[in-house]
Ligand binder design. Structure first.
Ligand code: FPP
Length: 241
């Protein structure tokens, strides 16, 4: 049995890597790579929606990205804000539900406002989820969930014996998302980079050599095709043919 099937991954997550290299190879500023990455994100969203994917997660800024030069950090903050404002009409009319993962209170106030506005504007939608990960770290998310659980225990609202994977999952930034089925990383690196550590427990990993600004819908089709060829056993045994 090859495991070949027509199953669509429910949740596809992307580490949008390679923007800097894309730009440097063309003699451009790294921020130009990020600007092009924004349009790649738009192409990806449209392609995912067309294929009936239920949820997408995009890694737009990690808790480690603050270590970059100030000019690149502020360019990224402005780019994410500008993109949210510019894409809001399409997100709304496209029935997308925007969710945000990350420690957002540490973000510049204008970006926090843009995130809130976009969340509120799409709150009544019931189509594809866009989980935008900004100032996001997988370890920090797990720490934040642990703190939230500890507070409930302290307040006498939860007993320690009732903490299991389901209860833990309810304290993640966006608990309503299904687990990640497919994790796509452009740029060729074989790293998870602190992305959705809890949610990717059984995700299939697809690495593309092309950089993120070069993303085209065909890359998503290739990733889905590859995903369908894999046999997902979730730690169990392969089913008899
Ligand atoms: C990693 O490439 C990419 C980022 C840190 C930023 C990604 C953010 C965007 C594309 C903005 C998208 C905005 C929205 C609202 C979806 P890198 O700089 O690490 O590339 P390198 O590995 O080649 O240096």
């Amino acid at each position: 049995m090859t495991g070949e099937n027509e199953i669509m991954p429910r949740h596809v997550a992307v580490i949008m890597d390679g923007n800097g290299r894309w730009a440097v190879e063309r003699g451009l500023d790294r921020t130009e790579g990020h600007r092009q990455g924004r349009y790649a994100a738009r192409r990806f969203m449209r392609a995912a929606d067309d294929r009936g994917i239920e949820a997408v997660s995009l890694y737009a800024f990690s808790t480690e990205n603050w270590a970059r030069p100030d000019s690149e950090v502020s360019a990224l903050m402005e780019l994410i804000e500008t993109a949210l404002v510019a894409e809001l009409a399409e997100l709304t009319s496209g029935n997308v539900q925007l969710r945000v993962s990350g420690r957002r209170t540490e973000l510049p106030e204008p970006l926090q406002r843009a995130l809130r506005t976009a969340e509120e504007a799409t709150a009544e939608n019931d189509g594809m989820y866009l989980n935008l990960c900004v100032n996001y770290g997988g370890q920090v998310e797990i720490v934040d969930a642990a703190k939230s659980i500890a507070k409930k225990v302290q307040a006498g609202e939860l007993s320690v014996d009732d903490i299991d994977e389901q209860e833990f999952g309810r304290h993640l930034y966006v608990p309503e998302l299904p687990p990640v089925d497919l994790l796509i990383r452009p740029g060729g690196d074989l790293r998870v980079s602190n992305f959705l550590l809890w949610q990717i427990a059984y995700a299939e990993f697809y690495v593309m050599e092309d950089y993120w600004p070069d993303f085209q819908p065909e890359h998503l089709d290739a990733a889905i095709e590859d995903y369908r060829r894999r046999q997902r056993r979730f730690g169990g045994l392969a089913l008899e043919e």
